[in-house]
Write a protein that binds this ligand. Sequence first.
Ligand code: HEC
Ligand code: HEC
Length: 224
Amino acid sequence: MKQTSIFRKAALTLPFLGAVLTGYPAAKPLPTDPAQLGAQIVAQGTKNGAVACARCHGFDGAADGSGAFPRLDGQSPEYLANQLLAYTSGDRKNALMEPIARGLNDAEIKAVAQYYATARATSFAPGFQSSQLLARGEQLAKAGDLNVRVEACESCHGPNGRGMPPAMPYIAGQYSHYIKLPFQMYRQGYRKTAQMGDPARNLRDQDVAAVAAYFEQVSRSASK
Ligand code: HEC
Ligand code: HEC
C-alpha cells in the first residue's frame, strides 16, 4: 500500500510523455463491476498499457483547463466508446490515444465511457474574446454560411451545441483550443467522419477560431 502511493506520487511528477512511455502498472486486479472498473481505469490504467486517464483528462473529465486535452465529462457514452474504438481501428489517428485505447478491452471501453459520461465537472472561465469574434461564431453556430457552403453547426450538434447521441458530440463548453484541432484532423484525414468534411474544408482559420470561441463560452449546464 505504502509502496503504491510512493510510486503514484513519483509517477505523477514525471513529465507526461515519459509517463506514457513507462506506462502505469495497475496496482490491483481490475474489478468486474462496471462502475468500479471505470473508476479504477481512470485512476490507475490497465495492465495492458492504458495509462490512467485522470492524468490528462482529470478525475472529473474537465482535464487541466489548458485545452490540450478534451473535456469528456457529460459526453455521451456511445460517442466516447466509438472514439476509443476509432483509435484502435486506426480510423482516428493520435499518437497518445492510440496505444491507450488499444490497452482497453471492450468491457473496459464501455466502463470508462460510462464513467466520464456521468462525470460532472466545474467549467473553467473562458478567456476574453472580442464581441465581433463571438458574433461571427454565433452566426456560424446557429445559421451557418451559405457563401462557403457550411451548414449551421447546431443542425447536427444540437441546440446550443449540446450534442445529439449517439453520433453527435457535445461541443458546448469544450475548450476552444481543442475545438479547433479536429478541423485540422478532418482536413488532413487523421479523422474520417464525412459529415465534418464540409465544415473542415470550407471554413477559413479565422472562422474556425470564431466558432470555437463561441462554443467555449456556451455554458454546458445551460445547454442541457
Ligand atoms: C497522456 C495524456 C492522455 C491520457 C493518459 C489519456 N488521454 Fe484521452 N486524449 C488525450 C488527447 C491529447 C486527446 C485528443 C486526441 C485527438 O485529437 O485525437 C484525447 C482524446 C480522447 C478521447 C476523444 C475525445 C473526443 O472529444 O473526441 C477520448 C474518448 C479519450 N481521450 C479517452 C481517454 C480514456 C478513456 C483514457 C484512459 C484509459 C485516456 N483518454 C487517457 C490525452 C490523453
Ligand atoms: C452535417 C453534420 C455536422 C455539421 C453541420 C457539423 N458537424 Fe461537427 N461533427 C459531426 C459529427 C458526426 C462529428 C463526430 C465525428 C466523429 O465521430 O469523428 C462531429 C465532430 C465535431 C467535433 C469533434 C468533437 C470532439 O469532441 O472531438 C467538433 C469540434 C465539431 N464537430 C465542431 C463543429 C462545428 C464548430 C461545426 C460548425 C461550423 C460543425 N461541427 C458542424 C457532424 C457535424
